[in-house]
Design a protein around this ligand. Structure first.
Ligand SMILES: *[C@@H]1O[C@H](CO)[C@@H](O)[C@H](O)[C@H]1NC(C)=O
Ligand SMILES: *[C@@H]1O[C@H](CO)[C@@H](O)[C@H](O)[C@H]1NC(C)=O
Ligand SMILES: *[C@@H]1O[C@H](CO)[C@@H](O)[C@H](O)[C@H]1NC(C)=O
Length: 386
């Protein structure tokens, strides 16, 4: 087994790298996406510390990190096909983790190169000087303390998107949205009662099959909730305008639905009419939902989304996870469960977590202090190198 350093690697005393050019400047540290292992190799021997920023949740990172342990314990590769089998060898997740909640590529077999690359690079994280995570202590504290045993120098500075508001720095007019946003849906939301609308978006890259689309569509219509649905042009591979709205659902969709190509998600989640978010549980979407206190219905596609959605249901109690099942009856049932039957319960826990999220990025909060500490530590590195 790998040995782990007991303390963070100290900042190298050697002079930092001088990058020459017309204006020469000193490099004090690299901040690299932690999935790009070559950053460690590129920095090796230069004396410049590397900080890894991982864009996933701490719980997903920790599940990735424990994969070699799961291979040792015989949990991986899966024997047999029962995805409900419990996984008890990821510390901190013993009580609730099932095979289906592990990162999706755990289903692929050990020889799969995507699986190996993610596993290998994640296990090299302790070689970096520090780990930066877009999460906050009140959300993932127990998991962070497990990670800390291997990576002592962690900066949790999330939810990243909430800092500007918390520090009263107005956002620039340029949006960081990946696609052209259709703002007409805000006017549509204005016409609806508080917490009555289901917002549906599967993020920027996931794709559905036509059959899945139809199952979701029936489920949404049958739940009888108004719905705002982001149907990206490329959400379904074989979709053209003619077969977009299933004819038998046209009337109900017109009555209760609003379909857009892309939505201004933060503004939608802030809107009082939105009562729940049917989401793929990508980490940005999950955090945006948490900050706005919107309960979730989870339908994860891949990678970190599987552990995220398990945490939404089993740990944070912010909604229900319907992973791996796409059936109109289940969609209807789960939507009603979150928006009717257990509405108050989910709203209450979502409200509580939203408060903690906002406090974490406000003056004195953990992420607020960690961001300042990160900036100070980088400044120290540059003065040390003069
Ligand atoms: C490896 O796993 C990834 C992610 O699960 C999958 O997309 C890919 O098809 C797999 N590759 C092979 C060769 O099976
Ligand atoms: C991952 O690490 C294992 C063990 O060191 C090695 O056998 C394997 O080739 C590596 N895979 C990739 C894709 O780098
Ligand atoms: C996630 O959010 C960050 C800002 O917090 C943004 O820079 C990034 O583009 C977002 N990623 C996606 C896939 O939307």
């Amino acid at each position: 087994m790998t040995a782990y350093p007991a303390s963070p690697p100290s900042i190298p005393a050697s002079a930092p790298t001088r990058v020459s050019g017309s204006t020469s400047f000193m490099v004090t540290c690299f901040i690299a996406d932690g999935i790009l292992g070559f950053a460690l190799d590129a920095a090796a021997g230069t004396g410049v510390p590397v900080m890894f920023f991982r864009t996933v949740s701490a719980c997903a990172f920790w599940a990735y990190f424990c994969i070699p342990d799961l291979i040792n314990s015989g949990d991986l590769p899966f024997q047999g096909t029962n995805l409900d089998e419990r996984i008890v060898n990821v510390k901190g997740m013993e009580g609730f983790l099932r095979r289906r909640d592990l990162p999706s590529f755990c289903r692929s077999g050990l020889s799969n190169t995507t699986f190996q690359e993610v596993t290998n690079i994640t296990r090299r994280t302790p070689d970096a000087h520090a780990l930066i995570l877009n999460t906050f202590e009140d959300l993932e504290g127990p998991i962070l303390s497990h990670i800390q045993k291997h990576c002592p120098n962690i900066y949790t500075i999330g939810p990243l998107h909430a800092h500007l508001k918390a520090r009263s720095i107005s956002k620039s007019t340029s949006s960081n949205s990946l696609f052209q946003e259709d703002r007409t849906c805000i006017g549509w939301l204005d016409q609806h009662a508080p917490k009555s609308v289901l917002y549906v978006s599967f993020g920027s890259i996931a794709t559905l099959t036509r059959d899945q689309l139809i199952e979701f569509w029936h489920g949404l219509v049958n739940s009888e909730k108004p719905f705002l649905w982001v149907i990206r042009e490329d959400l379904v591979s074989s979709l053209d305008d003619e077969n977009k709205v299933p004819s038998e659902l046209e009337k109900d969709t017109k009555e209760r639905g609003c379909l857009v190509g892309w939505a201004p998600q933060e503004d939608v989640l802030t809107h009082s009419a939105v009562g729940a978010f049917l989401t793929h549980n990508g980490w940005n979407s999950t955090l945006e939902s948490i900050v706005e206190g919107v309960p979730m219905v989870s339908w994860p596609f891949f990678a970190d989304q599987q552990p995220n959605s398990r945490f939404v249901e089993a740990v944070w109690k912010l909604g229900l996870d319907m992973k791996d099942t796409c059936d109109r009856r289940i969609v209807e049932k789960i939507v009603k469960e979150v928006m009717e039957v257990r509405k108050e319960e989910f709203e209450e826990s979502a409200r509580r977590m939203a408060k903690l999220a906002k406090e974490s990025v406000s003056s004195g909060g953990s992420s607020y202090r960690n961001l300042d500490r990160l900036i100070e530590d980088i400044k120290k590195m540059s003065t040390q190198s003069n």
